[in-house]
Design a protein around this ligand. Structure first.
Ligand SMILES: [Zn+2]
Ligand SMILES: [Zn+2]
Length: 380
């Protein structure tokens, strides 16, 4: 079928993206779902830092690639053997879980190796791509098809949701009930799964433990919301004053800049770093209490290096833990967040800073890069 989607033409284009225009919106051909796959009509898709990381070249992926990995939609066609029914609302998650590999047996601690390999290759977990288009004219990347020929387009993290429709593996989605609106459902798939999981699955604070979050973007603010919902005293740390104000509104007991956090000697037994920079990691480590755990979920540039004192690790019996996708098992964790949301304890609508269309993506990428945006939702 014919779909409309936003395709990243090249990695590493310079900002501002409203000028360099690395993302183009156009018509693509979407193949039918194969065994164990479903065709989903996208209702809402969030713009996440992991999209920006591919655009700015921090995470180099094969192009052309149809971006977008945090989304919700309705199943319109079920492929052969698929268990999901037509009409079912689903949350997309950005790491398919094959359920068969050794990593899938680690209760979320390790990312599925089969899903990770497919994500790296820009294919679906079942192999291959369902997206293609007529190669655009003009300066094509080396190795791309000549203008006018049919060209495969890569999937982004098994989802590719910046489009009217997507074909995804059933292992990339989790069903939710109809009372969960699309905006909320979309956020569950990345921001909440990653941020909430960093707290619950990786940090594992004891009841009453203080929790600090460094970096209050979509993922960090979701971590803060989940920690507040679970009754923890929360410290929010960010350099942007407007984000500190929102953190206080959302229930943070304290919200300060990184410098103030150090000067005031703030400490917490569980600290989540969600900014994706080496300096944020150092800040997070610096405010972790003796015996405490520093959880890092950010994705800094591969060349980034942080400096910490190995002596403090030993002498203060500290733990540093990396967490991908919030060490989550999506089918287990998403229903828990839905319950918190239904109980009125997870005001996820507060994470949505803008509603945009596919054509607004370049400006939205600029807002995200500037630190001004939380979650900007593409709606259709
Ligand atoms: Zn994301
Ligand atoms: Zn697996």
């Amino acid at each position: 079928m014919r779909i409309t989607g936003a395709v990243l033409e090249r990695c590493g284009a310079p900002a501002p993206y409203v000028e360099s225009r690395p993302v183009t919106v156009g018509t693509l051909e979407l193949g039918p779902p194969e065994a164990g796959e479903v065709l989903v009509r996208i209702e809402a898709a969030g713009l996440c830092h992991s999209d920006l990381s591919v655009v700015d070249g921090n995470r180099v992926r094969p192009v052309p690639m149809l971006l977008g990995h945090e989304a919700a939609g309705i199943v319109e066609v079920a492929g052969p053997g698929a268990r999901l029914a037509v009409g079912q609302r689903v949350v997309m998650t950005f790491l398919p879980r094959c359920g068969q590999c050794a990593e899938c047996a680690t209760d979320g601690r390790l990312p599925c190796s089969v899903g990770s390999a497919a994500n790296g290759a820009g294919t679906l977990v079942g192999g291959g791509r369902r997206l293609s288009r007529a190669a655009p004219s003009g300066a094509a990347p080396s190795g791309a098809a000549p203008s006018g020929e049919v060209q495969d387009v890569h999937h982004h993290l098994g989802v590719s949701a910046f489009a009217s429709h997507a074909v995804v593996s059933e292992t990339s989605v989790v069903p939710v009930d109809d009372d969960v609106p699309p905006d909320i459902a979309a956020l569950l798939g990345c921001a909440v799964l990653t941020g909430g999981g960093a707290v619950v699955n990786a940090g594992r604070p004891a009841p009453g433990d203080r929790v600090a979050v460094v970096g209050l973007g979509g993922v960090g603010m979701a971590a803060l919301l989940v920690a507040v919902a679970l009754g923890h005293e929360v410290i929010g740390v960010d350099a942007v004053p407007a984000k500190l104000e929102l953190a206080r509104e959302l229930g943070a007991a304290t919200a300060v800049g990184p410098q103030e956090a150090a000067e005031q000697g703030l400490r917490a037994p569980v600290v989540v770093e969600a900014a994706g920079s080496a300096r944020a990691f150092e800040t997070a480590y610096g405010i972790t209490a003796p015996g405490g755990t520093t959880v890092t979920v950010g994705l800094p540039h591969p060349d980034a290096r942080a400096s910490i004192s190995p002596l403090s690790l030993t002498a203060e019996a500290r733990t540093v833990v990396g967490s991908y996708l919030g060490s989550a098992v999506p089918s287990r964790d998403i229903p828990r967040y839905v319950e918190l949301w239904r109980a009125g304890r997870l005001p996820l609508d507060r994470l949505v800073s803008d509603r945009i269309t596919l054509d607004d993506l370049p400006a939205a990428l600029d807002r995200l890069a500037s630190g001004a945006a939380l979650r900007q939702l593409v709606t259709f």
